[in-house]
Ligand binder design. Sequence first.
Ligand code: CMC
Length: 425
Amino acid sequence: MDKKITLNFKEKEFEFPLIKGTEEELGIDIKTLRAKTGLITLDPGFKNTGSCVSNITYLDGEDGILRYRGYDIDDLASNSSFIEVSFLLIFGEMPSSEQLNKFENDIRKESLVHEDITSILKSFPHGAHPMGVLASLTSALISFNPGSVDVNSEDKMYHVIVQIIAKFSVITSWVHRKVKGLPLNYSDNSLSYVENLSQMMFRKPNEEYENNHIITSALNKLLILHADHEQNCSTSTVRIVGSSEAGLFASISAGISALWGRLHGGANQAVIEMLELIKRDGGDTSKFMEMAKDKNHPFRLMGFGHRVYKNFDPRAKIIRKTADDVLKNLGIEDPILDIAKGLEREALNDKYFVDRKLYPNVDFYSGIIYRALEIPTEMFTVMFALGRLPGWIAQWREMRLNKEPIGRPRQVYNGSRLRKVGTKL
Ligand code: CMC
């Protein structure tokens, strides 16, 4: 195969290297394009543009494959803990038992959050969206840990990484407690990461709390399934903010804001709102299917379609089964699940959805599990952010270690040409 690609422009030939990934993906390396030709490329939404070479996550949208560092998502979700997967994503290999012990202990040492953060939390109005609160508190953490910004050695990087993993689960649980009007819980260092998260989120002041294996195992799976997804909107945001050396916490805060939108992480909230709307409307899914297909109607079937997957989202397959198991084991009958299944059945057999390769994505089922765990709907995207944290960290670390240049896209300017103040139109 040719290792170069040739571009003809103004009767001249320019050569650009072809880059081949370990899974045979091909890309044209255009780093020298503007310098050689004066041209730039135009690609709104970056549908054809690679922003980096990455060793972290492999995704094949046509065949529905998702792998972290070479491990299949199904394998990881069935056989590992969220903290093991976090270590794998961030540092590249599955931890040995000593490495895992050290990592967990280092995280435990950082599991206190400055008490003044609770005053900031309290000052938010009751109806504040939890994603806005989470982004603000993550930013606020910088003021209480100023050393987290300037990290120019691997040791310092390691330190801010364990800091954010420890403190992020605490503030996530606090955002949840605020939404529910419950007093805040603190970390219990005798527990595993997911058990500790559960007690911080769910333990009530007036009842004994015992960790429930069904809940911790579902949370562990959900967090793993969300842990990374290569260069999506929020991850690219984290890399681009981090490329200015703004610091890890600021980059994560920006990633949270990017994730908030309903076309990205906010879809899990939008799915449940849509299913509830269908239920209130009498449960007729075909009416909503027609609306979704009508180009003059803004309605879209939330939880369907994906920029990259043109096949079943492999995460959706796992989560669909987990949703069934959780509801069965907790003895919950949720009519919303029946509506979701009906909608899925219809869409998978509908020409519009089949022709456009629109399949259920991860968000179609995650909300049903969160609902069963009595997590409020507006908290769903916060749970997504908690899962995505190790992926964001891994991508930030890779970008810093690769010494990638500051992200600064170009544009094609199409506005007014030079004019003078006072000239009439
Ligand atoms: N319902 C109805 N039609 C749809 C849908 C949908 N959910 N998704 C895409 N289409 C149609 C779209 O109208 C277009 O039709 P046409 O070719 O006739 O103009 C075609 O399918 C291609 O859609 P697109 O918007 O060009 O595709 P995209 O890659 O730009 O968008 C998407 C991907 C995820 C934004 C989109 O599918 C969508 O809005 N889905 C609903 C929101 C959702 O579930 N988002 C969660 C994504 S997964 C979690 C994450 O990783 O963030």
